[in-house]
Design a protein. Structure first.
Length: 59
């Protein structure tokens, strides 16, 4: 019974974290569209760069 409770708690926690990240990404995309007129995704992978929100990672 305790194992089942741990599994359920882990699934709920994982769902909350993933839903929070998804909601943040959607809000970011909407803010970029309204404020700057850009249609930019929250997580974007290009040939030599990775964009995560406003952060840029050069490969």
């Amino acid at each position: 019974m305790k194992t089942f409770r741990k599994i359920i708690l882990s699934v709920v926690l994982l769902f909350c974290v993933l839903f929070g990240l998804l909601a943040t990404a959607k809000a970011y995309e909407s803010i970029r569209r309204v404020a700057f007129g850009e249609y930019r995704k929250a997580i974007e992978i290009q040939k030599d760069k990775i964009y995560i929100f406003d952060f840029e990672i050069t490969l």
